[in-house]
Design a protein around this ligand. Structure first.
Ligand SMILES: CC(=O)SCCNC(=O)CCNC(=O)[C@H](O)C(C)(C)COP(=O)(O)OP(=O)(O)OC[C@H]1O[C@@H](n2cnc3c(N)ncnc32)[C@H](O)[C@@H]1OP(=O)(O)O
Length: 416
């Protein structure tokens, strides 16, 4: 059987998109408006498919993304999405072929990392990816949170204000707010204009059944837009005529802790709302602890989120800053041969230099583990104790841990 791996042409795109749906267990063919909308915003040179005759049986797409690293700089990521293999063609190495082609092209282009959100944990480690951020979702029983029901809309105390606005206002003001979030939170990924459009109902395929959410903007005392909460509410009444409505937060981003606290307090203060679903947050989000009774917040999801594959060790490690000064020789194993080698890292809070070396290694690790520790979210000591990082010099794991970790955890607010 001839299984032809190739980039997809505009005329082959509808068939490719149909195959994506099949892989994600959606039997309905994509509608015309969905095909046209996606095609207009897709770089076809980065859309790959495997064709069995005329039928597309495997799909893979990547696009350019900026990823914030520790210290606030960004690196260019090869963002991978729409990975599917039709069930009739699974486990014949099609994903392996598509991945090898895409990562080789990314390396050639000079991308520093590849990124993805993994559908299932066991899929991507074999290609050098490791989970670099985690996520937590809470469900809050507002009636148990010990919030004072008489309090006015926060946050009168700091002079800021909250306004409900429409999608057009969010498209205008959201990008600059997001830039400020990206400058301070490692793990944040870029959002282009289309992201803001699709997330405010513009260009959404009719079959998706868009309904407007509520958009709450927080402005600081000096009028700066410091936060945005996007939420929807359901309509649920108890038999005794009590409101039992649930608010589900779709997005909540803030450029200051004051804005973040104010928006959570706001969402937890809306009359009729007795339950708040937080959406996917950093595991150390302010949310549970800002409630007078944090036990009102129950964790409903805790899982790996953004996976990273380092493509260029020196550029990746030089792009970020470190909590302490440290000198470490890292022996990075990479069976795909994309960035293997021994590197001397001279790290400091101001930046780092990372160069190939022949000095003896302090730590030996697979590129997977480097991806997992890159944003400071996983402990080098823990990975050593799991047997995944080899400590060649006593104390090196503790030194690396102190340098790589961050005070607040990395967070990727988006999926792709
Ligand atoms: C970033 C994203 O888009 S995430 C979305 C990923 N897609 C899905 O989850 C949709 C449903 N699943 C699928 O379409 C397919 O199962 C895929 C794409 C995950 C895998 O495609 P395949 O072509 O079957 O993978 P391939 O044959 O190249 O497998 C390579 C190796 O990975 C393993 N593998 C592949 N998928 C899985 C899985 N879901 N769980 C565990 N192991 C897996 C294979 O067993 C094989 O192992 P081996 O090298 O030890 O023999």
């Amino acid at each position: 059987m001839n299984l032809d791996l190739r980039t997809v042409s505009a005329s082959g795109y509808p068939e490719w998109l149909r195959a994506v749906g099949t892989g994600f267990l959606r039997s309905a063919a994509p509608a015309e408006d969905e095909i046209a909308g996606r095609l207009a915003h897709t770089d076809l040179s980065r859309v790959r498919g495997v064709f069995d005759g005329a039928r597309c049986v495997a799909t893979f797409r990547s696009f350019a993304q900026e990823l914030t690293v520790v210290g606030g700089a960004t690196v260019r990521a090869d963002a991978i999405s729409a990975v599917t293999v039709t069930p009739t063609h699974r486990r014949r190495g099609l994903l392996g072929r598509m991945m090898a082609a895409d990562l080789a092209a990314a390396k050639e282009r000079g991308d520093v990392v590849a990124s993805l959100i993994s559908a299932e944990y066991p899929i991507y480690g074999r290609y050098g990816f490791g989970p670099a951020t985690w996520t937590t979702e809470w469900e809050i029983d507002v009636t148990r949170a010990a919030l004072d029901p008489r309090r006015p809309v926060p946050p009168a105390a700091d002079g800021g204000r909250i306004d409900l606005v429409d999608g057009a206002e969010v498209r205008k003001l959201g990008p600059a707010l997001h830039d400020r979030l990206a400058a301070r939170v490692p793990g944040v990924i870029s959002r282009d204009r289309r992201w803001w459009e699709l997330n405010t109902g513009v260009g959404v395929p009719a079959s998706d059944g868009w309904t407007d959410p509520f958009y709450a903007l927080y402005r600081s005392a000096d009028g700066e837009v410091d936060g945005l909460a996007v939420y929807r509410a359901d309509d649920n009444w108890g038999d005794a005529k009590q409101p039992l409505n649930k608010a589900t937060v779709k997005h909540l981003i803030a450029a200051s802790p004051a804005a973040e606290r104010a928006l959570w307090e706001f969402v937890c203060s809306i009359d009729w709302i007795t339950t708040v679903r937080s959406g996917y947050r950093a595991p150390d989000d302010l949310l549970p602890l800002l409630l007078p009774d944090p036990r009102a917040a129950r964790i409903v999801t805790q899982a790996d989120w953004l996976w990273l594959r380092i493509l260029d060790v020196p550029r990746a490690l030089e792009a970020r800053t470190y909590a302490t000064e440290a000198t470490l020789v890292l022996d990075v194993q990479d069976t795909a041969g994309l960035t293997a080698g021994r590197f001397r890292l001279d790290a400091s809070p101001a930046g780092a230099s990372c160069v190939p070396t022949t000095e003896s290694a302090d730590l030996t690790l697979d590129v997977r583990e480097l991806g997992t520790t890159y944003l400071g979210d996983e402990s080098v000591l823990r990975l050593r104790d799991l047997g995944r990082i080899e400590e060649n010099r006593a104390g090196a794991a503790a030194t690396a841990d102190a340098a790589f970790r961050t005070g607040r955890r990395a967070w990727c607010p988006d999926t792709f």
